[in-house]
Design a protein around this ligand. Structure first.
Ligand code: FES
Length: 92
């Protein structure tokens, strides 16, 4: 099962990561598990969302982005390109 880590540490929290977490939790399906996480080391690009075991990193995630991540990535297996963290997923 996929795990969705939603950072709840200082910088991400200041940028609204609580609401991102709540949005995942409110729409929980058997496709994934939501885990509030500690700092993921990407504080200037938060809220940070990391999907395991894929090691897909999302940056600056907003609550309104959550349905798209859930449908396209967690259900259909296709990461949401526009939200990918450029450090981990550089565009060529
Ligand atoms: S506070 Fe979220 S990545 Fe550091």
């Amino acid at each position: 099962m996929k795990q969705v880590l939603v950072c709840q540490y200082i910088s991400c929290s200041a940028n609204g990561s609580r609401k991102v977490l709540e949005s995942f939790q409110a729409n929980q399906t058997p496709d994934f598990e939501v885990i509030p996480s500690e700092c993921q080391g990407q504080c200037n690009m938060g809220p940070t969302v990391r999907v395991l075991p894929d090691e897909t990193w999302y940056s600056r995630v907003k609550p309104e982005d959550v349905p798209e991540i859930m449908q396209q990535h967690l259900k259909d297996g296709e990461p949401v390109e526009r939200l990918l963290h450029p450090r981990f997923h550089p565009r060529w």
